[in-house]
Design a protein around this ligand. Sequence first.
Ligand SMILES: Cc1cc2nc3c(=O)[nH]c(=O)nc-3n(C[C@H](O)[C@H](O)[C@H](O)COP(=O)(O)OP(=O)(O)OC[C@H]3O[C@@H](n4cnc5c(N)ncnc54)[C@H](O)[C@@H]3O)c2cc1C
Length: 360
Amino acid sequence: MQCARVLSSQGFSVLVLERSQKAGEPNFSTGGIPNFVLKEFKLPKTVVIDSFTKVTLFTPKNHATFDYAKPAGYVLDFAATKIFLAQEVEKTGGEVVYGASVCDIKVTDTGAQGVYLKTGGEMHFVHAKYIVDATAKESVLASKMGLKKGISTKPTVGMEVILKTKLDKFYKNNLILYIGKKFIPHGYAWIFPFGPNTYKIGAIRYDGSHGDALATLDDYIQKLIASVALGENHTIERHGGTLLLNTGYETNTWHNVVMIGDAAGLCNPLFAEGIRHALWSGQQAANAITKNNVSLYTEALQEYKKSNWQISRLCANMLYHFPYDTARDWLAAKVTKLTPQELLELVFNYKYKLLTKLCK
Ligand SMILES: Cc1cc2nc3c(=O)[nH]c(=O)nc-3n(C[C@H](O)[C@H](O)[C@H](O)COP(=O)(O)OP(=O)(O)OC[C@H]3O[C@@H](n4cnc5c(N)ncnc54)[C@H](O)[C@@H]3O)c2cc1C
């Protein structure tokens, strides 16, 4: 949507085809973002539900909390954010069609001619000068063109509930991660603030793993809720999604076709964080299309990712798949050597050199 927003604002004729029937759907994401994202991508405060001025890491035996004078980040209303972006596209003359499922792409030797889509049970063909695949894990068009051939990534599945409940004041404006087998094997659980007495409480399991085959994600979430909720609670919503958390793909463009967001493997494996990377890639793709040169996108992508996705993937393997919680307890004890600002640099800017501070 960000790509369409930028292109439409520059006078390009833009058509967004969205499989969901309803604007804002699928509404699956927790919506946590670092604070600079609002300004960088011109998102209004109206799409923000809450902010965090504390970040806490729990491991089975330890915990560490970092305090910030100003919000270190925000929790978005994910559906409202998508609706806002769609409205921005429409405001400048672009078209967003819901209930339109893209199925195939027509290619010739010189590039792609357009896409086939199904809407209302009927097949249609739309011609396009540029085609952007933003279909996340399915990466429908890239897959059809064989760009993902031979790349297999096991699915990472996340789920969360939006819970109305009264929690201790410790949980207010606190972004909390729970890492360790006690909370969930092969993943992590979380509590994010989501408005007055409301929280997003979730769990994610990496790479198709099954720590305890009998326990579902909901079991881990309910266990976490039971350990923190002070009294009555009411589930407002339950949702989830699947991600492919790899280090990205070698090829993200083909002639006049560009892959962005999760479709380009941009959801960072460290904490399954992909919203700002999807926004960034959309913006970069738009810039490259504006200049009629998709290789600019490839260059920008390489520069943006550097080796960060590879190291993030390695860290995720250690954090979630390492068999012993003692290492995770060590991390929670040592991470306090970082200043609150350094923690953000590590988590959001992937400044992995800071990890050496933990060993001193
Ligand atoms: C439980 C959970 C919690 C998360 N929490 C966070 C978080 O707190 N912060 C964060 O930064 N990231 C988070 N993420 C990851 C983040 O949501 C994604 O990385 C991000 O949404 C990727 O954006 P995208 O536009 O690439 O893909 P998506 O947001 O998945 O959008 C893809 C769109 O393509 C549409 N589509 C798919 N196939 C077709 C088709 N054939 N035709 C037409 N349309 C199609 C879909 O309907 C969808 O609207 C979370 C993910 C999960 C699963």
